[in-house]
Design a protein around this ligand. Structure first.
Ligand code: MUC
Ligand code: MG
Length: 385
């Protein structure tokens, strides 16, 4: 038995490169909850739980996740065999209801350690890679149409992204559609444009919005109405106007089954945290595949840790029709990995090392850690940020 000797958590506050304006919150900073699990064989695994805008996106906050892990997860984990991640996760599920984001961080850390133990990248542990990189879109959410167009042009020029997700739902349907249409007009066929309403519309708003978005040349609409209103989502999809993607509606395999059963979505945004971990996210994938629902790799705007954990899983998906949005680290002014993730040619490259295939930059962690004294260490800002 490989004993779990320590489960440590820390919060890191990192500014964003610009305000990120969503229907429910404007982000100026991302708070990352990191978990480290130290094992008796000398291996260490890391995992991340991050969310968007405190408690404005979902029921778990970074501070709550840290408290839950420190108080309730740790005592269970200290009795578990680190060499058996699935059995440790089963013990946690038996003791702790929901807390999906926290469970994801723990499962990521256990699998990272297991991968290092066996010298295998996480994707190989999870059944095997079918690709060495994943396509990545960028979210335009500065809140200003002109800035968004300039940002998109820079991304296209640099060959970093050729698909863009626009965050709408904060303004009226007419104002939002005018903003989206102006961006699509400027970019034309050079880019795929999708929108994410983050549940902000009523069903009548959505009936109007979907029609107008089709005329504007949009390819996909994410979570136009409240996640709990599955029947409404099914009614909107039945209009047959434009592909509909489920995000907030999709919290794990049970939701996946319920949504697929009533045909409420064309596409699933699979998120490892929202699913309850990497294994649960694989089950979401399996349900989608069996039901003929298309696949997209979602993000909670995690740092490099959660981002590469997601990429390791998505690299095992034979089908990934709509690519991914794994750009989280690029939205942050600071790098917390010793070696940044590699983006280029519209994709994120998968590392080849064991486990997650990444290492943390300890000096930066010490600097950005919540409660750290910033006077003692001087850290240069990421070049070009
Ligand atoms: C969401 O709702 O999809 C993903 C990209 C982004 O900008 O926000 C997130 C959350
Ligand atoms: Mg979304």
């Amino acid at each position: 038995m490989v004993r779990i000797e320590a489960v440590d958590t820390l919060l890191i506050d990192v500014p964003t490169i610009r305000p990120h304006v969503l229907a429910m919150a404007t982000m100026h900073c991302q708070t990352i909850c990191l978990v480290r699990i130290r094992c008796s064989d000398g291996t260490e695994g890391i995992g991340e739980a991050s969310t968007i805008g405190g408690l404005s996106y979902g029921p778990e906050s970074p501070e709550g996740i840290q408290l839950a892990i420190d108080t309730y997860f740790r005592p269970v984990l200290l009795t578990c065999d680190a060499g058996r991640p699935a059995s440790a996760m089963a013990a946690l599920s038996a003791a702790i209801v929901d807390n999906f984001f926290a469970k994801c961080a723990i499962e990521t850390a256990l699998l990272d350690a297991q991968g290092k133990r066996f010298g295998l990248p996480l994707s190989e542990l999870l059944g095997g890679r079918v690709r060495d990189n994943v396509p990545v879109l960028w979210t335009l959410a500065s809140g200003d149409t002109k800035s968004d167009i300039e940002e998109a042009e820079r991304m296209l020029e640099a060959r970093r992204h050729e698909a863009f997700k626009l965050k709408i739902g904060k303004r009226s349907v007419a104002e939002d559609v005018a903003h989206v249409a102006a961006i699509k007009r400027a970019l034309g066929d050079r880019a795929s444009i999708r929108v994410d309403v983050n549940q902000a519309w009523s069903e009548t708003d959505a009936r109007l919005g979907l029609r107008l978005l089709v005329d504007a040349g949009v390819d996909l609409v994410e979570q136009p109405i409240e996640g709990a209103n599955r029947a409404g989502l099914a009614r909107l999809r039945a209009l047959g106007l434009i592909p509909i993607m489920a995000d907030e509606a999709l919290r794990g395999p049970n939701d996946a089954l319920a949504i697929a059963s009533i045909g409420a979505a064309d596409v699933f945004s699979v998120k490892i945290e929202q699913s309850g971990g990497l294994s649960a996210a694989r089950r979401v994938y399996a349900i989608a595949e069996a039901a003929g629902v298309e696949l997209y790799g979602g993000t909670m705007l995690e740092s490099g840790v959660g981002t590469i954990a997601s990429a390791q899983l998505f690299a095992t998906f034979p089908k990934l029709h709509w690519g991914t949005e794994l750009f989280g680290p690029l939205l942050l002014t600071e790098e917390i990995l010793a070696q940044p993730l590699v983006y280029g040619d519209f994709a994120l490259a998968l590392p080849t090392g064991p486990g997650l295939g990444i290492a943390l930059d300890e000096e930066r962690l010490a600097f950005f850690r919540r409660g750290a004294s910033r006077r003692t260490i001087s850290i240069p800002t990421r070049a070009g940020a």
